[in-house]
Design a protein around this ligand. Structure first.
Ligand SMILES: [Zn+2]
Length: 303
């Protein structure tokens, strides 16, 4: 089952010539989820061939402009393209008012249902749960209310081994029963056990998204054991004082969170515009947590 994240932008505060603002697309079994939507994210979708009409749920970490100013244009585009299916937005409550003010000012009404889910402040909550994926929010430590998100595969259903079901004449209902882990009796009276006909189950994967935040050990609990953790590393560690003043993290702090949370891989991003060459950030983080990679736009990371 596909579970991967594609980076649409990884710059902090303002775009640079090579880097756009924060936005990521998580693909979970061909369902697309958008995480943050910095300015011009739509252009990034086009540039990187993302089928963004398939996004049905959008998660906004906080209301600093570099994380959400691309959202309202996207909502308008969906309307122009004739979207009719519902779009769910999970964000700080104030965003709902911002969206409605912009619609009102242009005397517009969206042609599709926009379902707004205000995020609870200072606590973790379950945002979404189906038979493939659950999504929770958790609080981060920043200048304004900010949330991280954890996307966890649930893998409630098993996958059938198609080579083994041929010729058994099983009905659709029987196949569904097998996928749910129960045995069935075939037309000829033969017992078909689900174990004999389903593929070995992969362990469910976890993706944790963690930006923007000052160094905070309370994050460790929420991102524990993630297969892939995205954690901001806005500055090199010698700029610790700046990081603290701006409620951001440094390379070494991102590495420390990854290490304490025993995650499998770390992805850093949200780089300050002062860095042209990102390799020093990567190398410095690797001194604490070696299995680290750079988030760079257009890159897809299989989780
Ligand atoms: Zn930011």
């Amino acid at each position: 089952m596909k579970f991967e994240v594609t980076i649409m932008g990884c710059s902090s505060a303002a775009p640079t010539k090579n880097r756009n603002l924060t936005a990521q697309v998580l693909n979970s079994d061909d369902q697309l989820f958008l995480i943050d939507c910095g300015e011009a994210t739509q252009m990034q979708f086009i540039k990187y061939h993302i089928k963004y009409s398939r996004i049905n749920r959008i998660f906004i970490s906080h209301l600093h402009g570099d994380h959400y100013l691309g959202l309202v244009p996207l909502l308008f585009s969906y309307h122009l393209f004739g979207r009719t299916k519902s779009l769910h937005v999970y964000a700080n409550a104030a965003l709902e008012e911002i969206i409605h003010l912009q619609l009102k000012a242009s005397d517009s009404a969206l042609g599709y249902p926009l379902i707004f889910h205000p995020l609870a402040e200072n606590k973790s909550e379950m945002l979404y749960d189906d038979d493939k994926l659950s999504i929770i929010s958790f609080p981060l430590k920043h200048g304004v209310p900010t949330h991280g998100f954890v996307f966890r595969q649930t893998n409630a259903q098993l996958n059938l081994d198609t080579t083994k079901i041929k010729g058994l004449n099983l009905t659709h209902e029987q196949l569904q029963t097998l996928k749910q882990g129960s045995d069935v009796i075939a037309e000829n009276g033969q017992l078909i056990t689900y174990k004999s006909i389903t593929l070995p189950q992969e362990s469910p994967k976890i993706y944790a998204f963690c930006t923007d935040t000052a160094y905070s050990l309370s994050v460790v609990h929420f991102v524990k054991d993630a297969d892939l953790l995205y954690h901001e590393a806005t500055f090199m560690h010698h700029m610790l004082k700046s990081a603290e003043e701006k409620h951001h993290s440094t390379t070494l702090q991102a590495g420390e969170i990854a290490k304490r949370a025993r995650v499998k891989r770390l992805l850093i991003g949200h780089y300050s515009a002062r860095y042209d060459d990102l390799r020093p950030l990567l190398n410095e983080t690797a001194t604490v947590f070696p299995n680290v990679e750079l988030a760079e736009e257009g890159k897809t990371f299989i989780i």
